[in-house]
Ligand binder design. Structure first.
Ligand SMILES: Nc1ncnc2c1ncn2[C@@H]1O[C@H](COP(=O)(O)OP(=O)(O)OP(=O)(O)O)[C@@H](O)[C@H]1O
Length: 243
């Protein structure tokens, strides 16, 4: 179980808060969708969970373990797949995976096994010796995901993992995430695509301006609503353009 308590965060003392009293409980093995317009604070929240940004105000617990230290985060087996491609374009798929296995502290004797598991989950076998920079957008997204799987995560944080790819690649990535969920991985999934979240996630939170506006199962969120998740989202986030 992940418990996020009272998270507050600003990028600088003079800037407006980006996260304002975030409270979330996420059950083990959940596929949890986090929706919000541009600038709502989703990436900041994931970055804090992954330890990329220090957040002195508030606490995050995974199974009662306070994530404040890197050691606790390692024990929690947490992995973030960022929105941007987080690998080296001149290296091959295999070289990237071997390199990032080392960065993540996978023991040398286990690297081949972990690389082969990640490649198998993302069906990259045929591309192992291709340069990352030459891959299509969909394959680059799969490599980004494969790197995030090298530590066999219990908690996988996915920041818009299907942006900019064709429907086949998107379907493949969604199926992979569903399979990971069935195997026991807890997933926090941010996306702008309502239909993906409706299809994949068992619980959903909608956030804006650093606050959680609603959370619950899809049925709970839509109870008493005449419209879809998208119309609820637009109503809650005030239908304004953000950029
Ligand atoms: N490194 C940074 N320094 C200062 N402000 C930042 C930084 N990163 C993000 N912000 C600001 O924090 C707010 C939340 O941004 P964040 O990227 O977390 O939102 P988001 O919900 O992930 O948006 P998107 O859907 O566009 O990715 C925005 O106002 C953004 O401009």
């Amino acid at each position: 179980m992940i418990a996020i308590n009272h998270l507050e965060f600003s990028y600088s003392p003079s800037a407006s808060p980006v996260l304002r009293g975030i409270e979330l409980d996420i059950a083990d093995r959940a596929l949890f969708g986090l929706l919000g317009p541009n600038g709502a604070g989703k990436t900041t929240l994931l970055s804090i969970l992954a330890g990329l940004i220090d957040c002195p105000a508030g606490r995050v617990f995974v199974d009662g373990l306070d994530l404040v230290t890197p050691r606790a985060r390692q024990q929690a087996r947490l992995s973030l797949v960022p929105q941007e491609y987080a690998f080296y374009l001149p290296l091959t798929v295999r070289e990237n995976l071997q390199f990032f296995a080392g960065v993540q502290g996978v023991p040398g004797s286990e690297v081949d096994q972990r690389v082969s598991e990640a490649v198998s989950l993302t069906s990259l076998e045929e591309r192992l010796d291709h340069r990352a920079g030459k891959l299509s957008g969909g394959l680059k997204r799969r490599l980004n995901l494969a790197i995030g799987l090298l530590n066999r995560p219990r908690l996988l944080l996915l920041d818009e993992p299907t942006v900019g790819i064709d429907p086949h690649s998107r379907h493949f990535i969604l199926e992979t995430i569903r399979r990971l969920g069935e195997q026991g991985t807890t997933v926090i999934y941010t996306s702008h695509y309502m239909e993906e979240v409706e299809e994949l996630c068992d619980r959903v939170a909608i956030m804006d301006h650093g606050r959680i506006l609603r959370q619950g199962t899809l049925a709970e969120l839509l109870a008493g609503q005449s419209g879809s998740l998208e119309s609820l989202f637009l109503d809650l986030t005030a239908r304004g353009l953000r950029d």
